[in-house]
Design a protein around this ligand. Structure first.
Ligand code: ISE
Length: 334
């Protein structure tokens, strides 16, 4: 098969990054079509890639004959219709989170895909492709730590964009910890409670930040996650698993340590998730391209994973409001 011809829908920061990634680092794929609701932006990004053309209507882009697969990096509220169009056109799609913005519509997408009898949707939970998470998963599955019992998670952003509210801390940031928990422990989350510590005085007024999430899994394991998105410092994502035979930690962000004549030692901090998880995105995209070209269509988190994460986050948002532990309502998997 020749190069996979991809339509990238949505070329804000993440989508534009993916365009550059496909053009520069991914084998056997090319950007055929670019679409964005800001036509100027689409033109500008398409002009950076030889052979890419702009299509003004996202549904025409999905249906286009010269498009084999779709990468959705559009805002969450338009995902539902665009995903359903991908299913109708039988186009494999890599969808940045969230799958959709509501639990009910996410479930509908899962059901519609299941009716086709073949998976077409992969959700962009990129951390699963990060080499450190891969090693941790292998360590757990290999049994070296015995039964995993607890996890302590830390998720810090230096800042967030204006308008980021308390529910988004759950749905936009904590959602990755939800996926990591389901991925590493291999089971569903049964309940969530969100604690509200004293807010950071430097956070925008009204933003509940930091938050502490407590998950309990179906088998009774406990996970705590600190999410703090206005630290003003660096991007930090740490994961510690405590098992019956030991513990393991990833995300210490230690690469090169330098010592200088000024009498200091230290390394570099990650400024943001696109830097911290750059390699994970590369691996995710290459594996997706390979899977689509081979006819498997996906090689990573499924639509169900997107739905399950949405269901946990909905319970989290309810807990944020009530302060109570909230049970996660999961439908029967089709
Ligand atoms: C952002 O949208 C992401 O997906 C990042 O991975 C996450 O760390 C960040 O908190 C979110 O705002």
């Amino acid at each position: 098969m020749s190069d996979l011809r991809i339509a990238v829908l949505g070329v804000g920061a993440m989508g534009a990054d993916h365009v550059a990634r496909i053009a520069g680092r991914i084998s056997n794929a090319r950007v055929a079509v670019v679409n964005d609701y800001l036509s100027e932006k689409a033109e500008q990004v398409a002009a950076s890639v030889p052979g890419a053309r702009v299509v003004g209507d996202p549904f025409d882009a999905i249906a286009a004959d010269d498009v084999d697969a779709v990468l959705l990096a559009t805002p969450g509220p338009v995902h539902e219709k665009q995903l359903l169009a991908c299913l109708e056109n039988r186009k494999p799609v890599l969808c940045e989170k969230p799958l959709t913005t509501e639990v009910a519509t996410s479930l509908e997408v899962v059901r519609r895909e299941a009716e086709l009898g073949t998976p077409l949707i992969q959700v962009g939970f990129m951390r699963r492709f990060d080499p450190e998470y891969q090693q941790l998963k292998a360590l757990l599955d290999g049994g070296d730590l015995g039964q995993p019992l607890l996890m302590h998670l830390v998720h810090r952003n230096p800042n967030v964009y204006p308008g980021f509210d308390s529910a988004m801390v759950v749905k936009d940031s904590l959602v990755h910890e939800v996926d990591v928990t389901r991925f590493l422990l291999g089971e569903e989350i049964a309940s969530v409670q969100i604690l509200r510590p004293t807010p950071n005085p430097s956070a925008p007024a009204g933003l509940q930040d930091p938050q502490i999430a407590l998950f309990e899994t179906v088998s009774g394991r406990h996970v705590d996650a600190e999410v703090f998105v206005t630290t003003g410092v660096a991007y930090e994502v740490r994961t510690e698993v405590v098992g019956e035979k030991g513990s393991a930690t990833i995300g210490l962000d230690v690469s090169v340590i330098t010592k200088t004549s000024t009498g200091r030692w230290g390394g570099k901090i990650s400024p943001g998730f696109r830097e911290r998880f750059g390699l994970a995105y590369d691996i995710e995209l290459q594996r997706w391209v390979d899977a689509v070209r081979s006819g498997r269509n996906i090689d990573g988190p499924t639509a169900w994973d997107g739905y399950a994460a949405a269901a946990v986050c909905a319970a989290g948002v309810e807990s944020l409001e009530t302060g109570q532990r909230v049970a996660v309502q999961l439908a029967q998997r089709p």
